[in-house]
Structure formats: structure tokens, C-alpha cells
Design a binder for this molecule. Structure first.
Ligand code: BV8
Ligand code: ZN
Length: 248
């Protein structure tokens, strides 16, 4: 893959890089993307209709089972070359921050030290009533209905942000700051359909940052990118780092 000299130079000169990712970064780890995820029993549902507080209130057992099914899918997933290349960036650039929409925890597993999880983490369980995080040691996946909170007896739910719920304020503020301050803002593996996360690349571009889009398909974010790299994250990122820092 050939990269524009201006792109390689922008990367080598960068002191601060932000990496905004979506489900496409985990696709090569075997985790279906959000748009493709609904298969088998779940094919009859749209994720947007299951990942909501209303759906959980209406049918807690069904929503709990959907997450148990997704946790099963993610259980054996390992970071792929794309995750590892992003972690590798930390050894080349003084400051790297990952802003992810993904809930699978794979960026941290790959060794990234600064990860903002805009939409939470599927491995956490919080109480739907009192909001406390509840660390249930035993495998809660084995049960078909949500376990109860030890503090208030409310129903536990996955620690993710559902549609119609606000993003964690501190996470959102930090992510917006990254879009304003990073020299280079990567946008990798996202269809840019979910707000307010999808506004970050636009914000970075409006602040004069160098936006680099990596996606096998075109998306609405292409318009805000100075460089569009058409390909898979697990292939493009290792090649890009090898070209930017050939000696190392
Ligand atoms: C909010 C956690 C306000 C849960 C997720 C109308 C009614 C109600 C709300 C809205 C509305 N219109 C807009 C909204 C706002 C809504 C929204 O955006 N809806 C969409 C559907 C239109 N947003 C919200 O509700 C947000 N909250 O607005 O709150 C508020 C404010 C104050 C007080 C109260 C409320 C909350 C949104 C968070 C939802 N939670 N996840 C869970 O996971 O179960 S979002 C979920 O979907 C994911 O986390 C992810 O963010 C998103 C999917 O997007 P992608 O990651 O981009 O994945 P996708 O499959 O779409 O695309 C994959 C891409 O990868 C593709 O482009 C593909 O080409 C590419 N790809 C494939 N393979 C590869 C690859 N790329 C690279 N390499 C590869 N190998
Ligand atoms: Zn509780």
C-alpha cells in the first residue's frame, strides 16, 4: 500500500494523536460489526431497538439474553493487528488517546494506556435502579434473567450507554478536547451514524486537525478527512506504521 508523503510526514511530526474507533476495528477479531451483528435468533431485531432502556423495562430477560449472546461472541476475541498497531503508536508518538465507541475492551487488552470508552463496557454490570456498579464474580452470563443488585435488589444491566441515554459526561468532554487538540485525528472502522460520537471527526476538522479516515467503505466522514485510506484496519495500520517509521 502506498501512502502520501504528506501523510507520513504529518504522522512523524505528530506529538499528539487521537484515534477514534468503531466496530470495524474489532471486525478482524471475529466480532461482527454493529450493522452486521444481528444474526440467527436476533436477526428479527434491530440493535437500536434492543439497546434501549425501554426495551429493558419491557422485557429485561430478552435484553439480558441478547447481551449474554454478544458477550459469548466477544469472550474469545483477541486484539487483531489493527488494535496492536494502535497500541504500537504509543511507542512512536508522545501522546496517544484512543476514543472508542466499542464496548468489547479490546483496545485495553492490546495495551493502549489511555482509552476513552464513549459507550461503556459490556463486561461491566450496573444496577438499573440505583446505578451502582456491581462486580459479580461468578459468570452472570449463565443466567437467563438479569441478576439482582445486592444493595437495592434492582435489576442489573450491562454497563453500556443505550440509545436515548447520555454519554458519560467526563468521557464526552475529554473526547471533544482530544478532537480540538490532537495534531492527527484517526477515524477508523465507523459508519459515523451514531451521535454525538459521529460529530468528533467533523469537530476535529473544523479545529484544523489532520483527519485520517480508515474504512473499506466510504462513509459520511470521508468529507472531513484530509486522507482517506480505503482498506481494513488490520492491514492498513501495520503498513502505515511500517512506512512512517521504517527503521524501528
Ligand atoms: C444521546 C453501546 C441524548 C450499546 C451504542 C432519534 C431518537 C432517539 C435518539 C436519536 C434519534 N436520532 C439520533 C439520536 C441519537 C442517538 C443516535 O445516534 N441514533 C442513531 C441510531 C441515529 N444517539 C443516542 O441515543 C446517544 N445518546 O443522544 O443522548 C441525551 C442527552 C442528554 C440526556 C439524555 C439523552 C447514545 C448512543 C450510544 C448507543 N450505544 N453502543 C451496545 O453496544 O449494545 S452505539 C453502537 O452503535 C456502537 O457502540 C457504535 O457506536 C454504533 C455502531 O456504530 P459503528 O461502531 O460505526 O459500527 P457500524 O457497524 O455501524 O459500522 C462499522 C464500520 O466499520 C463500517 O463503516 C464498515 O465499513 C467498517 N468496517 C468493517 N470492517 C472493517 C471496517 N473498518 C475497518 N476495518 C475493517 N476490517
Ligand atoms: Zn441497586
Amino acid at each position: 500500500m502506498d501512502f502520501a508523503p504528506e501523510l507520513l510526514e504529518a504522522l512523524r511530526q505528530a506529538r499528539h494523536v487521537a484515534v477514534f474507533t468503531g466496530a470495524g476495528v474489532s471486525a478482524e477479531s471475529g466480532i461482527p460489526t454493529f450493522r452486521d451483528a444481528q444474526t440467527g435468533l436476533w436477526a428479527q431485531y434491530r440493535a437500536e431497538d434492543l439497546a434501549t432502556p425501554d426495551a429493558f423495562e419491557r422485557d429485561p430477560a430478552m435484553v439480558w439474553q441478547w447481551y449474554a449472546w454478544r458477550r459469548e461472541l466477544m469472550q474469545s476475541a483477541q486484539p487483531n493487528p489493527g488494535h496492536r498497531a494502535i497500541a504500537e503508536l504509543e511507542r512512536r508518538v508522545p501522546r496517544v488517546c484512543v476514543i472508542t465507541q466499542n464496548v468489547d475492551g479490546l483496545h485495553r487488552m492490546a495495551g493502549c494506556s489511555d482509552v476513552i470508552e464513549l459507550h461503556g463496557n459490556i463486561w461491566d454490570n450496573v444496577c438499573f435502579s440505583c446505578g451502582r456498579r456491581v462486580d459479580r464474580g461468578e459468570d452472570v452470563n449463565a443466567v437467563d434473567t438479569p441478576p439482582r443488585c445486592p444493595h437495592c435488589n434492582g435489576l442489573l444491566r450491562p454497563g453500556v450507554v443505550w440509545f436515548g441515554e447520555a454519554l458519560p459526561a467526563e468521557a464526552w468532554q475529554r473526547a471533544a478536547q482530544e478532537a480540538e487538540l490532537a495534531d492527527v485525528f484517526f477515524c477508523i472502522g465507523t459508519s459515523s451514524l451514531v451521535e454525538p460520537a459521529a460529530s468528533l471527526p467533523r469537530h476535529a476538522q473544523s479545529c484544523g486537525r489532520t483527519v485520517i479516515q480508515i474504512n473499506p467503505e466510504s462513509t459520511g466522514h470521508d468529507a472531513f478527512a484530509r486522507f482517506v485510506l480505503r482498506g481494513k484496519a488490520g492491514e492498513v495500520l501495520p503498513a502505515l506504521l511500517a512506512d512512517a517509521w521504517p527503521a524501528c
